[in-house]
Design a protein around this ligand. Structure first.
Ligand code: SF4
Length: 64
């Protein structure tokens, strides 16, 4: 699974960082960065799915 960010929608509020800190991070300028865009293990994919569902801006999606 690969997580994709629509940066036109993302407001960098960090919700996804809180859910999956091994996947997402905020840089020094508070911009979202994806540190691990591809996840193959079930635990990482579950956290990615949780982040997608909780993003208040609907800026995340998963692709195979
Ligand atoms: S939860 Fe959504 S809006 Fe917030 S930082 Fe992550 S992708 Fe951006």
């Amino acid at each position: 699974m690969e997580v994709k960010v629509d940066f036109d929608r993302c407001e960098a509020n960090g919700v996804c960082v809180g859910i999956a800190p091994d996947v997402f991070d905020l840089d020094d300028d508070d911009n979202l960065i994806v540190t691990q865009p591809v996840g193959d293990d079930a635990e990482t994919v579950a956290l990615m799915e949780e982040a997608v569902s909780q993003c208040p801006r609907a800026a995340l999606k998963l692709a195979r």
